[in-house]
Design a binder for this molecule. Structure first.
Ligand code: PSU
Ligand code: MN
Length: 304
């Protein structure tokens, strides 16, 4: 079997690939493990609409029946929103999910890898995984980061959630040679907030300059991703101190319940969503749409 025997490309995405049209990849962990039903499926569909409205073709990626799906039907999005036996599939889980034919929602790392297998260059998500707080002991560092060192797919996200150690995550991305660019401000954003207390390593103010940076990186033959940080729109922003309080509680609860490994990120996300009574969910939905819009705009310019 060859790689292509494991990949099913949706006709709309196939048409875009064949005609060199702009495409934006989207992940599915956020659907199955990042948000509750039915908001998760509704958001996934409206994110696809945002991509289309801004001139690109969406390709939501997931694993089902032993295949990597690139582009999902509305019914398949509903399936990943509702089913409760869906695996969270990062890079290390891909061969298991494929060979055992278990349904898998792909993380940033796995989505990037599948996107690059078919030639998609731009990917929008909410937030990437990173270096966890306490990683100096736990060594909990998301495979999203090492994937970004290796795979030529740009990631547009709202910065890094402060469930992680933002400073260490930025250091790690520097070590891996991944440019981190924030659009329109000096400070690196922290998902729910446009602030984080950390300077962004790089700043660019226009989509044109970001598209040029991507071309410069890959035309030079430099391997890997670029993290494009897009601050949450002000009207949806949450106070840093409020969110920090919830994060501390979530981390304490995770320790008490002995949550480990791949369960850590979904546990923390769910805890915060539940305990902010929907405010964080609303912020999450707003920022992912905002990221999809920026990703589509960059994709259009990149493919000019
Ligand atoms: N961070 C978020 N929202 C998310 C995730 C991370 O703010 O939905 C998801 C993404 O799919 C990401 C994954 O790739 O969690 C990282 O999981 P881990 O930390 O186990 O690598
Ligand atoms: Mn981890």
């Amino acid at each position: 079997m060859s790689k292509n025997d494991f990949i099913i490309i949706h006709p709309e995405v196939k048409h875009a690939l064949d005609n060199n049209l702009p495409i934006v990849a989207l992940e599915s962990t956020i659907i199955s493990h990042g948000m509750p039903w039915p908001q998760n499926a509704a958001t996934a569909k409206s994110v696809e609409d945002v991509v289309r409205k801004h001139g690109a073709i969406p390709a939501t990626i997931a694993i089902k029946d032993g295949k990597c799906l690139v582009g999902l039907s509305s019914e398949t999005i509903d399936y990943f929103g509702q089913a409760n036996d869906v695996w969270k599939v990062s890079l290390r889980d891909m061969p298991y999910a494929i060979s055992k034919k278990v349904p898998g929602a792909t993380t940033v790392a796995a989505t990037m890898r599948i996107a690059s297998m078919v030639g998609i260059k731009i990917f929008a998500t909410g937030g990437i995984g990173g270096v966890h707080r306490g990683a100096t002991k736990s060594m909990d560092i998301s495979a999203d980061l090492t994937e970004m060192a290796n795979t030529n797919v740009a990631v547009i996200g709202a910065g890094v959630k402060s469930i992680l150690d933002i400073g260490l995550t930025l250091e790690y991305l520097e070590t891996l040679g991944v440019p981190v660019v924030t659009i329109g401000q000096d400070e690196f954003p922290s998902f729910y907030s446009s602030k984080s207390g950390y300077n962004s390593p790089l700043r660019l103010d226009t989509t044109e300059s970001i598209a040029l940076l991507l071309k410069a990186k890959w035309d030079l033959g430099l391997k890997g991703s670029v993290l494009i940080a897009n601050p949450i729109p002000v009207e949806f922003e949450m106070e840093l101190v409020t969110i920090e309080k919830h994060i501390i509680n979530a981390l304490n609860e995770a320790r008490l319940l002995n949550i480990k490994g791949k369960e850590v990120t979904p546990f923390l996300l769910k805890y915060i969503a539940t305990n902010t009574m929907g405010e964080s969910l609303e912020a999450n939905i707003a920022l992912i749409k905002n990221n999809a819009k920026l990703a589509a705009q960059i994709a259009v310019l990149y493919y000019l």
